[in-house]
Ligand binder design. Structure first.
Ligand code: HEM
Length: 502
């Protein structure tokens, strides 16, 4: 009976609904048609083209069916041009394609596009205020100060004591992971790498170190990794907030993890240093520079809670490097010839001495391997937001528009790279020197550019160099690995490796 009853009860309301839907679609079609005709404003700026949109979703449906949404952006770029207007749910967005236009957004007009999206998920992950986050906050004097305070620690200059201490930490960390490996046995590398990177970061920024088997330390590393995975996911709910209740349980879980991390940082990492630090003294590490700023009441004032969030964000950078390194090893497991070339370069230049980060400039192929892995992963530039009315490539951008800067295309375009899908580190080496093409922008740029790129390069180089000097990496069953692209994050249970002694 049911199949008959249901239609009969629904027939009238359904018909009304269908007519209403058809009318809505028709009205939107007319609006689309009008909007897709290029309008030229009195100031000479044009409206960017936009595809047809549908009710509620806007253009969200156009992002489906791709391995990563940025492939959809490349397709839209080819079809509609350098700047494409998109309505994703209730959020006004534009996709910006092409090196010149992306540079216009990042650098030339970087001060127009220095804010970040206001997704509710970000607010909730940072105690209800995304301004607590280094990466998701809008631009402010406070953000400028936070970045200035970090520079000396995240961009250590060669020949400084900061650099040589980091060199020692990375070498010790590399030896410590290698000591845990059973040659030719299956190795779950991710937990070892994450803990080692966490200790390098905790030592470098906070002068603290934890035994690899310490349970609370292990839990902190796992908690950071889960949050890193979470912030790297794209959710339709970011654009359709009415879907957020579906994520409520997960968000509560993440909030629980952030509280546990906070407790660990306060009790195990900082301890009594806030009370003990003498404001007249010189800071010894990043923790002390934060404490000094907070206690001296320097302007702009930095509440201790905000300083703790900044510290956690930077310590959390170890998850980015750790996940990246696991992906790098997965690429290498597929590329015996690349490994041979790295080993040959190390043997010829370094010989039996231990490789360190001070060898970077004389090992261009090894260094280029890191660039090549970063290129192929093609993780997106964190979206920007227009803080004022502006333009890109002559197209008008309204205030509060979210900008997707399509660096996937810059990393993977056939016009810019020879055989872009292949792993060819030599593309970054010219006449024996490492060369970074202008269109290679994996760390964004301008006033909101990545604060960690130097540390990424140093830690990755030290660990990669040390490993390949001693081992060759193999996939566990001999089958090639498919490395996920479009994000740095990897699931907890991921690639395992076999390491064969050289
Ligand atoms: C392979 C690893 C990494 C990649 C590919 C990467 C990439 C990026 C990108 C594309 C941005 C946005 C830049 C922009 O909007 O112009 C960014 C921002 C940022 N990154 Fe990284 N990053 C990596 C690792 C790290 C690490 C290890 C740290 C910490 C030590 C870090 C700290 C930051 C911070 C603090 C920001 C926000 C800066 C701001 O908004 O003012 N990153 N990163």
């Amino acid at each position: 009976m049911l199949p008959i009853i249901v239609p009969s009860i629904l027939t009238f309301p359904l018909a009304v609904l269908l007519v209403a839907l058809a009318l809505t679609c028709y009205v939107i079609h007319l609006q689309n048609k009008r909007k897709s005709k290029e309008e030229i404003y009195e100031d000479g700026l044009r409206t960017a083209p936009a595809p047809m949109r549908v009710p509620v979703l806007g253009h969200l449906h156009l992002l489906g069916g791709y391995e990563v949404p940025y492939q959809a952006f490349s397709y839209l770029g080819k079809k509609y041009g350098s700047v494409v207007n998109l309505q994703l749910g209730n959020v006004k967005c534009v996709v910006v394609n092409g090196q010149k236009n992306i540079r216009e957004a990042l650098v030339t007009k970087g001060h127009h596009f220095d804010a970040r999206p206001n997704f509710r998920r970000y607010q909730e992950l940072f105690s209800g205020n995304k301004e607590n986050s280094l990466a998701f906050c809008d631009w402010s004097d406070m953000q400028k100060t936070r970045r200035d305070m970090l520079k000396v620690h995240t961009f250590p200059r060669a020949f400084t004591s900061n650099f040589s201490s980091l060199k020692g930490l990375i070498s010790a960390g590399t030896r410590s992971i290698m000591s845990e490996i059973q040659p030719c046995e299956t190795t779950d590398l991710k937990p070892l790498i994450l803990k080692t990177c966490a200790n390098v970061f905790l030592n470098h920024f906070c002068s603290r170190n934890f035994p690899m088997e310490d349970e609370m330390f292990t839990e902190m590393v796992e908690n950071f990794d889960e949050i890193f995975y979470e912030v790297n996911q794209g959710y339709a709910a970011d654009f359709l907030p009415f879907l957020l209740p579906l994520h409520r349980k997960n968000l509560e879980r993440m909030s629980g993890l952030t509280h546990r991390i906070r407790r660990f940082i306060e009790e195990e990492v900082i301890g009594g240093r806030f009370e003990d630090f003498d404001v007249e003294g010189e800071p010894d590490d990043y923790v002390e520079s934060l404490i000094k700023h907070v206690k001296s009441g320097e302007s702009p004032q930095l509440p201790w809670e905000t300083a703790l969030f900044a510290l956690e964000d930077i310590i959390g950078g170890h998850s980015a490097v750790g996940n990246f390194l696991v992906k790098l090893f997965a690429f290498l497991a597929n590329e015996p010839e690349v490994q041979r070339r790295i080993q040959k370069e190390i043997d010829e230049v370094v010989g039996d001495r231990e490789v360190t980060i001070a060898d970077r400039s004389s090992l261009p192929y090894t260094e280029a391997t890191i660039f090549e892995a970063i290129r192929l992963i093609a993780s997106p530039i964190v979206p920007r937001v227009a803080n004022q009315k502006s333009s890109i490539d002559g197209y008008r951008i309204e205030k509060n528009t979210v900008l997707f800067l399509n660096n996937y295309d810059l990393s993977m375009s056939e016009k810019l790279w020879d055989r872009p899908t292949e792993f060819l580190p030599e593309r970054f080496v010219h006449s024996g020197r490492l060369v970074k093409p202008d269109h290679f922008l994996p760390f964004g740029g301008g006033r909101r550019g990545c604060m960690g790129y130097k540390i990424v390069q140093l830690v990755s180089f030290g660990i990669l160099g040390g490993f390949l000097q001693n081992y060759t990496v193999l996939p566990v069953n001999g089958d090639p690995y498919k490395v996920p692209i479009g994000s740095l994050a990897l699931a907890k249970d991921t690639f395992k490796f076999k390491f064969v002694r050289r």
